[in-house]
Design a protein around this ligand. Structure first.
Ligand SMILES: Cc1cc2nc3c(=O)[nH]c(=O)nc-3n(C[C@H](O)[C@H](O)[C@H](O)COP(=O)(O)OP(=O)(O)OC[C@H]3O[C@@H](n4cnc5c(N)ncnc54)[C@H](O)[C@@H]3O)c2cc1C
Ligand SMILES: *[C@@H]1O[C@H](CO)[C@@H](O)[C@H](O)[C@H]1NC(C)=O
Length: 414
């Protein structure tokens, strides 16, 4: 049963893997090989005497949401002081810049402007400014009208602009490669092509709670229907769009949850003018569930616009809906009038895992939906992560510290 799995793992050239490891008396199993699962697995592998396995359903790591986002290192200016999103984004940003410096992952700290065109948007910027200054201590500064005209590269900001100088972009693939390397160097094992099908918490340890004697995780070995079982002392659910399904494998029917999906379509800009050298975000609109169709840059300086917000039923619906271009153009022209609509072409789309349906959650209203990261009561050794949408990439290293603290009481320094 384990033979086939061993062969598959060993085929991967960078794989540190011994067939014995596949008997999996592992100390931790992390489900989900996106940037968050990778960061957690790497963090847990630093725990002395640990053996961590990272379980991913696809034949490669990071092919879902972690490679379909804006790659922005956010400053965390949209979330209230007492939210996990703010705390983890702030800590995560610092950890991320420092990891990139130490390990040569490409990034650029080019800053961003939030631009307002009307009094309502201006008010939104003033609220963000006050929050940053008085509550969360994130640097922001007002950009004077003259500076918008002189340095703004044609960006329109009728009612003002606020700069976030610590915002940047990162090569998310480079980051994931780096984390994988660090994880494997520390003895971690990556199990690819291993969709988790079922999970059994074992009881019988000191507390007799489910999980007190560890966890059994069944993974499919391929279309033949063979199943391998991985056992671990602790279990981390970081399965992104699949995390609620994983959650539902563990809890009783009355505690099952439902996930909702909001697609973000991106359009790339194929003309060479205008040239923009920083990120541009419209001021948040009350009730919006994304950050507005903003202008982002890749490390080569190419402009793309997005993501918009399109609620869909199927998380696999990742084709760019080209008929949304019209609406995007109207949004973009408000802050960048010189844009040539003919040069906008559909690029890619990403999918937000939403814990609440359309209308219920937004960045500004009271039903704000925070990250769900908990060591679950009533079980032993299970950390559950749900709804890890933006700023999950920025927060990933801080999330990893938090998970280690939840499981072991303290985070090893990285
Ligand atoms: C449109 C968009 C733009 C974004 N922009 C930004 C941004 O600019 N900055 C930022 O900080 N954040 C951004 N985010 C958020 C960020 O991309 C995510 O928070 C982050 O990538 C989540 O990582 P993850 O590892 O939790 O999830 P994923 O990357 O989705 O990884 C989860 C993994 O679990 C695997 N999996 C699922 N179910 C199973 C199973 N049953 N068995 C085995 N494996 C399973 C999946 O195959 C997947 O590889 C954006 C998100 C979206 C959608
Ligand atoms: C694309 O978006 C349009 C406009 O929002 C919407 O009416 C349509 O249903 C979407 N099409 C698909 C295939 O999802």
């Amino acid at each position: 049963m384990l033979g086939r799995r061993a062969a598959r793992l060993a085929r991967s050239p960078s794989q540190i893997c011994h067939a014995q490891a596949l008997n999996f008396s592992s100390t931790a199993a992390v489900i989900g090989g996106g940037v968050v699962g990778l960061a957690i697995a790497r963090q847990l592998s630093l725990q002395p005497g640990s053996s961590t396995v990272l379980i991913e359903r696809h034949p490669a790591l990071g092919t879902e949401t972690s490679s379909r986002n804006s790659e922005v290192i956010h400053a965390g200016i949209y979330y209230g002081r007492d939210t996990l999103k703010a705390a983890l984004c702030h800590r995560g940003k610092d950890l991320l810049y420092s990891l990139c410096d130490r390990h040569g992952v490409a990034y650029r700290r080019m800053g961003k402007w939030l631009v307002a065109q009307n009094p309502a948007q201006r008010e939104a910027l003033e609220r963000i400014h006050a929050l940053c200054r008085d509550e969360i201590g994130v640097p922001v500064r007002w950009v004077a009208r003259k500076e918008v005209d002189e340095r703004g590269e044609g960006v329109r900001a009728e009612a003002g602009a606020l700069e976030s100088p610590t915002t940047g972009i990162v090569d998310s693939h480079g980051l994931m490669l780096c984390l994988r390397g660090l994880f494997e160097e520390a003895g971690g094992v990556v199990a690819l092509s291993s969709p988790v099908m079922d999970i059994r918490p074992l009881s019988g340890g000191a507390s007799s709670l489910p999980g007190s004697a560890g966890w059994e995780v069944d993974v499919s070995d391929g279309p033949g229907g063979d199943i391998s079982t991985i056992t671990a002392e602790t279990l981390v659910n970081a399965a992104g769009l699949g995390a609620v399904a994983v959650h539902n494998m563990i809890v009783p029917p009355s505690e099952r949850r439902r996930l909702y999906f909001a697609k973000g379509n991106y359009f790339s800009y194929t003309a060479s003018r205008p040239r923009i050298s920083r990120l541009i975000y419209p001021a948040p609109e009350p009730g919006a569930s994304g950050l507005g169709t903003h202008l982002t840059l890749d490390l080569a300086g190419r402009i793309r616009f997005g993501p918009d917000v399109e609620w869909v039923d199927d998380p696999n619906d990742l084709t760019v809906n080209a008929s949304r271009l019209q609406e995007a153009v109207a949004e973009i022209q408000k802050y960048l009038p010189a844009i040539d609509p003919a040069a906008l072409v559909p690029d890619y789309a990403g999918m937000r895992p939403k814990l609440a349906p359309k209308g219920a959650a937004s960045a500004t209203d009271k039903s704000f939906q925070d990250f769900y990261i908990k060591k679950e009561d009533g079980y032993e050794g299970w950390v559950n992560l749900l709804g890890i949408e933006s700023p999950g990439l920025t927060s990933s290293l801080a999330i990893a510290e938090m998970v280690q603290r939840l499981l072991h009481g303290q985070a090893s320094s990285t």
